[in-house]
Structure formats: C-alpha cells, structure tokens
Write a protein that binds this ligand. Structure first.
Ligand code: NDP
Length: 454
C-alpha cells in the first residue's frame, strides 16, 4: 500500500490556523506541480459552503497565479459538521465518490483523533486510507502510547503518517545526504574524534501572542522531544542498510533507544523576563521558554561523547544549527601559546543553509603558526534555491505513500521516554533577560563537562 499514489485528499480543520498558514499554500504548490488532480475535501465545524471555502482559499493565496488557483479550486468541496457526529463521515464519503486511496490530514486538536479515526473506519476508510497526524503527539509517554493505541484500533502503523515538519526541511534532510553521500566524515564520526555535539534552536522572538498554545507546553515538549531529538537521531545514526523508508527509521529509533532517560541534573530550564505578562499565560505558570539538556548515547560509536541540545525563545539571535566539535590535536607544533582550537563542523539550518568547517591554516609570513579559517559552503545558494516548504514536501510524500520523513510510533515513544523525567517543574526555572543567550548553562549544568562555546 505504501508507495501507491493517493487519489483524494481530505483536510480536517480546513478553517483553522494551520490550514491557512501552511496547508493551503502547500496545496497551491502541489497543484502547480500537477500533483493534485484529485478531489480535495475540506471539512470543519463552521457553517461554510463550497463557495465559502473557495473564497477563503482565494483570499489566502492572493497574489499568486490565478490559473493555478482556479485549478486548485475546481477540485475543492466542503463538508460541515462536528467530528463527534457520525453523519459527517457519510458526507465525506459521498464527496469522495469512488476514491480508493484517500489521504486524511488531521489539522485538528488531538482530542478529536479518536472520533475521526473511528468515524473514518465506520465508513470503510480504515482499509486503504492514510492518516496524517499533526503534532503534538501526546503530552508525555503515557498519552503518546494512548494516542497510538487509539489510532491503531482502526489503522495499521503503515497507514499513519506523523508529521514532524522539521524533517521536511531541506537542510535537515541534507544532514543525511552530507553524512552518507560522502566518505569524508565516516572515519571521524565517532567517540575517538568527536569531543561534543551541540544542537541549538534559538529564536529571537517570544511566544508572539500564542500563550494559549504555548503555556503548559514549553520548550522541551514543543521542540526538544520532537524536532531536536530527531536531529540528534540523524546526526548519530548508523548508515541505513538501504534506502527503504523503514531502514532509515530503524536507525533513528536505535539511536533513541541508546539514550538514557534525562535526569534533572542534566537539564537547565529558563524563562525570559516578561513571559508572565504575555496574553493567555497563567500568572502562576511554570512553563519554560528555554531548555538545555545534556545527554549521552550509550553505544559503541558515541559512548562518552556529550550531546547538548538547547532551545529558547526571546534569545539574542534566530539560529538553528548543529555543531560538531572534534578533539584537539595531540601536540601543539604550530601554536606556541597552546594547542590550536579544535576543528568544528557546523550545519547551519536557519537562517541560512550553510555547512562550514573550521580548520587551522598557516599564518602568512615568518615562522609556522596556525590560525583558524572557515571553509564555508552555502549549499542552498550553490545548488539553487531553498527547495519546497516542509508542508508541501510532506503532503506530497503522504500522497505518494512515502513515510520516510514521518515519525514512527517507536521513535515517538522513545523520545517521550527520554524527556519524561524532566517535564514540567521537575527542575528549577531560571529567569533570563530577553535578547540574551539564556541562562548560564555552563555554571548551571553540574558534572564537570564543559558547555561548548561556539
Ligand atoms: P485551530 O484552532 O486554528 O483550528 C482547529 C480546526 O479544527 C478548525 O478548523 C476547527 O473548525 C476544527 N475543529 C475543532 N473542533 C472541531 C469539531 N469538534 N468538529 C469539527 N471541526 C472541529 O487550530 P490549528 O489550525 O492551529 O491547529 C490544528 C492542529 O495542528 C493542532 O493539533 C495543532 O497543535 C497543530 N499544529 C498547529 C500549528 C499552527 O501553526 N497553527 C503548528 C503545528 C501544529 P471550526 O473553526 O470551523 O470550528
């Protein structure tokens, strides 16, 4: 079934924010590529009609190519109803006509997944349909397991596509290509040569009016449990045995299962000044806007190498990157004042898609002295363009039945296991100044391991 081309698309929650910001623009791009020549049903609770949906889509896509918008709109229809009412699924089924392999995108609160999965099964779509499920996938390990059980009541794992839109980003996929399409890195990609790995997602903005969503969630649930642990998986995994989707996902889950559960002494949580004054934030909130964690991967390749993850809002810059620091040279032949700084490999994923390697080179002139220089490639620029938006890529993959970039049940549950012991108020919350680099992790993380300064 995976690998077969879908012949219809149903978007639950079409009137919502995600649909407006991400899904409708993705539908436009997929139409432009000629990949959406199929019935597209939007559904939600609002009393909209087909015409009202078309107007909404036109408004969202204002300024884009009218011919493509017309083409997209010619496939659209709307089903109104509460997902707790089984009659909605009959209406959807009618709209889908004789579609054999529909994709159902759930841009709805997770509390409705049960109703929707049951409703779809009731009208016979559990045999062939694919479910695309948005994050958050649970609030902790128990709720993630429960959610999986709910979906598995009617759908097989290979019909469930859990979106982690981070995996749809070009520079994130490039981690994989850079590692496994070059032989250069493999000999040094291990505990003998790597001193530390740091994954950072720093945002210069705050919660931007999204207090209702963010408060009670926080940095660990919002980005560390999913996006950033997946990046650790891509950085640390063994080469997959083939290009089959499950070969890749097997290796990621092996990395996850080798990471011991985090304990409070390996976590620093912070909150930017003024967070409690944000709209829709509880005055007694204990939610972190910053978290840094130190973890280990207990396997032959990585034992003893600290992996750091830090994520924060209200920071000094907006950057997502992974920095691999190699070990220092054993001798200081060229730097009389001490050993030269270690080589650093940097995968910058935001704001630009850049790979750089800091190397030591001879300072021109007399003597033999080393100085750091960066070998830098902006591969977005070098290879032309930024590639598709993650939602375009992932909806396209779901239509194609390619689950490679979707999180599998076992890796989602492993990721919750890793963070489970440090959620909520298990660790102190340190205030930090907006526009700073967050709390001083080097002094707050005990245990003698240095906090990388890159
Ligand atoms: P919204 O609240 O904006 O939209 C929710 C949608 O679900 C609306 O279309 C709403 O219909 C529909 N809905 C809710 N309850 C029912 C019901 N009982 N019966 C029928 N329809 C219902 O949420 P978002 O679009 O922001 O988020 C949707 C999902 O995507 C959530 O799980 C969220 O966590 C996730 N997500 C959102 C992101 C974003 O940027 N917005 C980013 C990443 C994930 P109506 O309004 O017509 O009542």
């Amino acid at each position: 079934m995976n690998g077969d081309q879908a012949d219809a698309l149903v978007l639950f929650g079409i009137t919502g924010d995600l649909a407006k910001k991400k899904l409708i623009p993705a539908l436009y791009e997929l139409t432009a590529e000629g990949r959406l020549d199929m019935p597209i049903v939007g559904t939600a609770r609002s009393q909209w009609t087909d015409e009202r949906l078309v107007d909404h889509v036109r408004e969202v896509l204002q300024g884009r190519d009218e011919a493509i918008i017309d083409q997209l709109c010619s496939h659209l229809s709307y089903v109104e109803g509460d997902y707790q009412n089984p009659a909605v699924y009959d209406l959807i089924s009618e709209k889908l006509g004789d579609a054999q392999l529909p994709v159902f995108f759930m841009a709805i609160p997770p509390s409705l997944f049960d109703d929707v999965a049951t409703g779809l099964a009731g009208v016979g779509f559990a045999t062939n349909g694919r479910l695309v499920v948005e994050k958050p996938f649970g609030r902790d390990l128990a709720s993630a397991i429960e959610l999986n059980e709910i979906l598995h009541r009617h759908f097989h794992e290979d019909q469930i596509f859990r979106i982690d839109h981070f995996l749809g980003k070009e520079p994130v996929q490039n981690l994989l290509v850079f590692r496994f399409a070059n032989v250069l890195l493999e000999p040094i990609w291990n505990r003998h040569h790597v001193a530390s790995v740091m994954v950072t997602m720093s945002e210069a903005f705050g919660i931007e009016g999204r207090g209702r969503f963010y408060d009670g969630v926080g940095a660990i649930r919002d980005v560390i449990q999913n996006h950033l642990l997946q990046i650790v998986g891509l950085l640390a995994m063994e080469p997959p045995v083939s290009s089959e989707p499950d070969a890749l996902r097997d290796e990621i889950v092996k990395v996850m299962s080798a990471i011991p559960a985090l304990t409070p002494e390996n976590v620093v949580r912070g909150r930017y000044d003024g967070y409690l004054d944000e709209p829709d934030v509880s005055p007694t909130s204990d939610t972190e806007t910053f978290a840094a964690v130190r973890l280990e991967i207990d396997n032959w390749r990585w034992a003893g190498v600290p992996f750091f993850i830090r994520a924060g809002k209200g920071m000094d810059e907006t950057v997502t990157e992974a920095v691999i620091e190699l070990r220092q040279t054993p001798q200081d032949l060229f730097a009389p004042e001490g050993k030269p700084p270690a080589n650093v490999i940097r995968f910058r994923m935001k704001p630009d898609d850049v790979i750089s390697m800091s190397m030591q080179a001879k300072v021109p002139g007399d003597g033999l002295r080393a100085q750091g220089v960066d070998l830098t490639v902006d591969y977005g620029e070098a290879l032309g363009g930024d590639g598709p938006d993650p939602y375009e890529r992932l909806i396209g993959d779901a239509l194609d039945g390619d689950p490679r970039l979707f999180a599998r049940q076992d890796s989602v549950e492993e990721a919750w296991r890793i963070v489970e012991g440090v959620l909520d108020s298990t660790t102190p919350l340190h205030d930090y100044r907006r526009g700073s680099s967050g709390p001083d992790c080097a002094s707050l993380l005990p245990g003698g391991l240095s906090w990388p300064q890159h």
